[in-house]
Design a protein around this ligand. Structure first.
Ligand SMILES: O=C(CO)COP(=O)(O)O
Length: 140
């Protein structure tokens, strides 16, 4: 079972809900997390249970980043709005950076999200299960 996070900026939330709905049967086998409003929207329109963090501008991206830094997040779908400035852009960049630091699979648009969810369904991300037990800074 993987820990998966969903994050979508406002103009991408509908796309996110449709995406999660389409792959609901894949996601229901995993532990799901999200930023505040994204999670509320997904839970309203699917039967999935999601552990919600704060809304993005109030620190939700950072909370998910903290999980990445503890090697506790396996896959992130982050549908960003590339056409609108966000007040919490430093937080967003920090999360993307941590995904690169730790090599965490990250999709920032729907095309990549689709590829990753198919890989997840096929078991291509199984290597994440092998590294779950390692805690950064303690074991490395
Ligand atoms: O702003 C966000 C990510 O940067 C998303 O936050 P919400 O899901 O609370 O809208």
């Amino acid at each position: 079972m993987m820990n998966i996070a969903f994050i979508a900026h406002d103009r991408k939330k509908e796309e996110m809900v449709n995406f999660v709905l389409a792959y609901e049967s894949v996601f229901e086998d995993h532990k799901l997390f999200s930023t505040g409003t994204t999670g509320t929207r997904i839970m309203e329109q699917t039967s999935l249970q999601i552990e919600r963090f704060a809304s993005g501008p109030l620190g939700g991206d950072q909370q998910i980043g903290a999980m990445v830094a503890q090697n506790e997040m396996d896959l992130i779908i982050f549908l960003r709005d590339p056409l609108m400035a966000q007040p919490h852009e430093p937080d967003i960049n920090a999360l993307l950076r941590l995904c690169d630091v730790y090599g965490i699979p990250l999709a920032t648009n729907i095309a990549t999200a689709e590829v990753l969810v198919k890989a997840l369904d096929r078991g291509d991300l199984g290597w994440r299960e092998l590294v779950h037990k390692y805690k950064p800074g303690v074991d490395q």
